[in-house]
Structures are given as C-alpha cells and as structure tokens.
Design a protein around this ligand. Structure first.
Ligand code: MLT
Length: 257
C-alpha cells in the first residue's frame, strides 16, 4: 500500500524574551519577532500608522533623531525622555497625539527610552512586527501567516522598562498569543505563563495594567488617558512591519492574511 502523501502538520513554537537585550537570541534562532512596548511606544506607532502616517523611523538616541530631522526637516520629530517630550520635538510619546490631522502622510522619526531601542535591537531578524493591545489580533494573524509561509517560529520580545521586566508587556504578549490559532502552536513555559496571566485579567485589563510600575510613573506625569487608550483591545487593523530601518503599515513586504 502506498503511504499517505499528506504533509505533516506544522506546529509553530512560540517563545518570549522578557528583556529587549535578548532579542538577538530570537534573531539567531531565525524567529519572526513581535516587539511589544504596550506603554506607550508601540501603541503610538500603531496609532500613527492607523491614522495614515507614511512611515516611522525608530532610533535609539536623541542625537540620531536630531540628526535625521536636520537632514529631513519635513519629517516629524517624536518621542520622549523621562516620559516627556524632548526639546524641539513636534510630538511626545502619547498615542493620543498621533491624530490623523497631525500625522497623515508624514514620516516620523521616533526615539523613546525602551521601545525604539528594543525595535532597533531586533533588526537582525528578517521579520519584525510591532505589537500592542491596540492591534493584538491583526499582529497575531500577520505573524502566524508569515511564520507558516516562511516555516519559522515566533518570538515575542518585551521592551520592558529601562532594561527591566514589565508587567504590561507580559500581559500584552499573552493577549497576542490568545489570538493565535491554539491548535497550530506550541508554547514555551514563558509564553504559557503570559497567556494565563492575560486570561486572568482580560475582563478588566485596565485595572490590571494600571498596577504596573511604569503605569504608576505615567499616572504621576498625568498620562492616565494614555494608559486607558492603550488598553483597548484590537482597535486597529494594522500589523506594522519593521524593515530596512523603517516601520511601515505592512502589506507590501508580507503575505496578506
Ligand atoms: C518607552 O519606550 O520607554 C516607553 O514608551 C516610555 C513612555 O511610556 O513614554
């Protein structure tokens, strides 16, 4: 009897790196990377692209940001240090600032304390998607479609806060994992822990997220509305892709889902 020709079912491994410094390990494994900085960098990026920004150029240092802006004065200069808008910047790091009126058709140079550093650190991976609560469903769908097409595993890289683990990124990783097809993935213990944590708090996400250290700092600075906004699940249908130094809305460089 001829053996069945059916291809074996492909299972995608899903792992988490708790710290941005370990994004290189994920890239070395050849994994697709989803970078998360739920508060607030990735939420600002997702909001900007959903509101028609042409591209975001993430950079690590203020100096790089000023230099790129000096060469391209039509770009918007955006980001934060200590949570606040640096001198001479057009926009801070509040997703609420990235309105259609401000960003449509614009290229934005963005530098934040942890988020843009994590994104640029992940650049050795061939596939890098920007994730947040705001686009969890679409980021998961896009990541799964690419992983299956390219036969690679998924690593979620948490930006964290100043090099430390952050609760909001951990719960956001769980939100994205919850939106992957469960029968087609195998979770590491770290990934499973984040899924369980998300499931535990998903009915009142905001109440859980405001307890995090970074949320408390943002509240002290008067950014409570940013936390509320960033805790909305699946608000935007965008899965930003970072490639060749730019983040774009996705589509042209990734298989459609
Ligand atoms: C970061 O990238 O460190 C954060 O987005 C900081 C912030 O919330 O402004």
């Amino acid at each position: 009897m001829i053996a069945s020709m059916r291809a074996p079912k492909m299972i995608i491994n899903v792992n988490i790196e708790f710290l941005a410094k370990d994004s290189g390990k994920a890239a070395e494994r050849g994994d697709l990377i989803i970078v998360i900085d739920a508060l607030r960098c990735c939420s600002s990026i997702v909001t900007a692209l959903a509101n028609g920004a042409e591209a975001i150029i993430p950079v690590k240092t203020l100096r790089e940001a000023y230099e790129i802006h000096a060469r391209n004065p039509n770009y918007l200069l955006a980001g934060e240090r200590g949570g606040l808008k640096p001198k001479g910047f057009n926009l801070g790091n509040s997703p609420l600032e990235y309105t259609r009126e401000r960003v449509h058709g614009k290229t934005i140079v963005l530098t934040t304390t942890s988020g843009t550093a994590a994104i640029t650190r992940s650049r050795k991976s061939r596939w890098i998607i920007i994730g947040s609560f705001l686009n969890a469903k679409y980021a998961a769908e896009k990541a799964f479609a690419i992983s299956r097409a390219e036969n690679v595993n998924i690593s979620i890289v948490q930006s964290g806060t100043k090099g430390k683990f952050s609760l909001e990124d951990f719960i956001c990783a769980g939100a994205i994992i919850a939106r992957l097809p469960q029968s087609a993935i195998k979770l590491s213990d770290a990934a499973l822990a984040s899924l369980l944590a998300f499931k535990h708090v998903e009915n009142d996400l905001y109440a859980a997220i405001i307890r995090s250290e970074h949320s408390r700092k943002l509240m002290e600075l008067g950014f409570t509305d940013d936390i509320k906004f960033s805790c909305q699940m699946d608000l935007f249908h965008v899965a930003p892709i970072y490639r060749d130094g730019k983040i774009i809305k996705g589509g042209s460089v990734a298989p459609e889902v």
